[in-house]
Design a protein around this ligand. Structure first.
Ligand code: KIV
Length: 307
């Protein structure tokens, strides 16, 4: 089934914080860096979250392949497919009007060949309403990045802890803590900038390294577990909301306990239906007496059942 961008574009209302808001572009992110203004990014995988993030005024929404862990229940991001990503990107695009929308390219959608990388990157824009794509890796991805950018598709890079390489790293662990690895990461950042990335995510790397690199790049860095010296910050929204209980990285701050609140709400519902409190009259549909009488009379039923 093909879904055109026309179908995916906003069903959003215009109730954002400022009536003069403009759609955020990759250029706006660069301008923010130049002005020293922090860039905000969070993940979303569905319509209501996209709507709430848009109305909160976030600059960019990442439809991350973290989807695999926090929404689909996989151990890591490796099983996530292009179809999974496009499905969730479409939902986000229907909810978010102003933020820059970035679709995360899943494992094996850009590593096999440059041609496949361009084709798959294009699907995020053509079929799923995204404005840009993100992909993981350094020097080994430069050819793919050049080709995708050459096709007119903005690319966000991702260095440091790149979760699609979790098996190579031997787990989700901080990266570039040794001088040689830090040097390599800096070189990769320069190569990605040169290849045309409009921004780079730095994940789980030392604060001082992230600050040092951010100061030397022209394009903005977006940090996650990389300290306050980056040009922007991103978190997985399910971590921030306390919705994902399986494990919480050290760099996450929980701003809410939605899992706990869900438990409370579900338990209250169970208790109320057992006690006959819900549904009450205010949640129930009435039928005029004469219609009810006619219904029973037509069936020859004088039991008054249903009263
Ligand atoms: O998939 C994701 O959510 C990400 C962020 C952690 C940056 O890549």
């Amino acid at each position: 089934m093909s879904t055109s961008p026309v179908q995916t574009k906003p069903m959003n209302t215009d109730s954002g914080p400022s009536p003069r808001r403009k759609k955020v572009t990759t250029l706006r992110l660069k301008e923010k860096k130049a002005r020293g203004e922090i860039i905000s990014m969070l993940t979303a995988y569905d319509y209501p979250t996209a709507l709430a993030l848009d109305q909160a005024g976030v600059d960019a929404i990442l439809v991350g392949d973290s989807l695999g862990m926090v929404v689909l229940g996989y151990e890591n991001t490796l099983p996530v497919t292009m179809e999974d990503m496009l499905h969730h990107c479409r939902a986000v695009a229907r909810g978010a009007k102003y933020p820059l929308l970035v679709g995360d390219m899943p494992f094996l959608s850009y590593q096999v060949s440059v041609q496949e990388a361009v084709r798959n990157a294009g699907r995020f824009l053509q079929e799923a309403g995204m404005d840009a794509v993100k992909l993981e890796g350094g020097r080994e991805r430069v050819d793919a990045i050049r080709a995708i950018v050459g096709a007119g598709i903005p690319v966000m890079g991702h260095l440091g802890l790149t979760p699609q390489s979790v098996n190579q790293f031997g787990g989700f662990r901080p990266q570039a803590r040794e001088a040689a690895a830090a040097h390599r990461l800096y070189e990769d950042a320069l190569l990605l900038q040169e290849a045309g990335c409009f921004s780079i995510v730095l994940e789980s790397v030392p604060t001082r390294l992230a600050r040092w690199i951010s100061a030397r790049l022209e394009i903005p860095t977006i940090g996650i577990g990389a300290g306050p010296g980056c040009d922007g910050q991103v978190l997985v929204t399910h971590d921030l909301l306390g919705l994902f209980e399986r494990f919480t990285p050290r760099f996450v701050k929980k701003y809410a306990d939605f899992h706990g609140q869900m438990q409370q709400a579900f338990q209250a519902y169970l208790a109320e239906i057992k006690a006959g409190i819900f549904p009450g009259p205010e949640h129930s549909i009435d039928m005029p007496d004469e219609e009810w009488a006619a219904f029973l009379a037509a069936l020859g039923d004088d039991s008054q059942a249903g009263e």
